[in-house]
Design a protein around this ligand. Structure first.
Ligand SMILES: Nc1ncnc2c1ncn2[C@@H]1O[C@H](COP(=O)(O)OP(=O)(O)OP(=O)(O)O)[C@@H](O)[C@H]1O
Length: 362
């Protein structure tokens, strides 16, 4: 039985205009009880602005943000009390760790059990030993733990986190991610967090919202966003960096295969899945493939020969572009790279597994 989730927050026809520029334009959006959402988008796409509007720190120019637990006419302050926000830089008061965590509860008039709540959250965030310390004597990671404990102690209906880990070193960040992930899963807290580091997403989210130029361009599971992007903006953001255009030459239901002819005359085979049942022969399409899903050498089909036109480091790996009438970019792990040592001008062959190709209608 599918149980409908309870909606906590809804957006209706929201726009936010600043200095004559439309920063946000979101006709509809919904956050349900128990959702764990990652909000992603390129720099300046409007993520932090949206967070300010969703947490009632800013008012929309038109439209509304509706919190289901309060009256539509309630004051901004009343609405804000249902929400807690953690920012990139921990905003701590010049008080002890204990008092920083207790402060929000005091402001919200929570007297009963306050001490126990503060102790509980210090323990959960593993900062009990820092109880008497002042913020100036905390490391960045410790300060962010205090800031998260303070937000969580409020037991908000919604917890928003705006790039909370971006200033932390890798081991500190990973430990904090593991700890918060466990807390969130146990508590069934509803969360939305902004990140540019996609490796954080599996810890904290099972759903992704993508913003581009102030518009919500795609919402979906991690699998959908990363492997079935809805447009070029999402594809480029999530690493589906091979993009070609073409048209469907043949649709063969019996062989469960679609044959695409790219604009440059190159052919490509794609499995005929349910997602493509309404695609017709002759239809123009955009085809995407992640460079980390392509392979060097020859495969069973979709083999392309050409000359290496670009070699660039890519984290611990390398990105190699082979010009095969279409540019094809492949991520090579260091081991393969050192074995093959591709150089500009070298002859090369790459292949794409048909099931790794994603296409959208134009
Ligand atoms: N108060 C404001 N007045 C005018 N323009 C603003 C204001 N706040 C944000 N903007 C503009 O809105 C756009 C979106 O900014 P925002 O900070 O929301 O993007 P972002 O997606 O969070 O970016 P980043 O990933 O770089 O943090 C930017 O062009 C920014 O200059």
């Amino acid at each position: 039985m599918i149980v409908a989730k309870k909606s906590l927050l809804e957006v209706e026809n929201l726009t936010w205009i600043k200095d004559g520029k439309k920063i946000l334009d979101i006709p509809a959006m919904q956050i349900d009880q128990g959702d764990h959402i990652a909000l992603i988008g390129s720099n300046g796409s409007g993520k932090s602005s949206l967070l300010k509007l969703l947490s009632f720190l800013e008012k929309p120019t038109t439209g509304e943000v509706l919190l289901r637990s309060v009256n539509r006419k309630s004051s901004m302050i009343e609405k804000r009390r249902k929400i807690a926000v953690v920012f990139q830089e921990p905003l701590l008061l010049n008080l002890s760790v204990y008092d920083n965590i207790a402060y929000g509860l005091k402001i919200r008039g929570r007297k009963k059990g306050r001490e126990a709540i503060v102790e509980e959250w210090m323990e959960r965030l593993k900062i009990g030993h820092l109880k008497e310390r002042y913020p100036r004597h905390l490391s960045g990671g410790e300060a962010q733990r205090v800031s998260i404990a303070r937000a969580m102690a409020l037991e908000p209906e919604l917890l928003f986190l705006d790039e909370p880990f971006s200033a932390l070193d890798a081991p500190t960040k990973n430990q904090l991610l593991e700890d918060i992930s466990l807390i969130i899963k146990k508590s069934n807290m509803t969360t939305l967090f902004i990140t540019h580091d996609f490796s954080e997403i599996p810890f904290l989210a099972d759903k992704i919202f993508v913003l581009a130029d102030g518009q919500m361009v795609q919402k979906g599971t991690v699998e959908e966003i990363f492997y079935r992007p809805s447009c070029s903006a999402v594809a480029a953001l999530v690493g589906a960096d091979n993009e070609w255009s073409g048209r469907i030459e043949k649709r063969c239901e019996r062989e469960k295969q679609i044959l695409i002819k790219l604009d440059q005359g190159i052919k490509m085979k794609v499995p005929f899945t349910e997602a493509y049942q309404f695609f017709a022969e002759g239809q123009t399409v955009t085809v995407f493939a992640r460079s980390d899903d392509l392979s060097w050498g020859r495969g069973a089909c979709n083999n392309y020969e050409g000359f290496v036109s670009k070699v660039a480091p890519y984290g611990w790996h390398y990105k190699v572009t082979v010009n095969c009438a279409i540019p094809v970019t492949v991520v090579m792990d260091k081991h393969t790279f050192l074995q093959r040592k591709p150089e500009i001008g070298d002859k090369a062959e790459v292949h794409i597994l048909p099931e790794k190709i994603h296409m959208i209608g134009k």
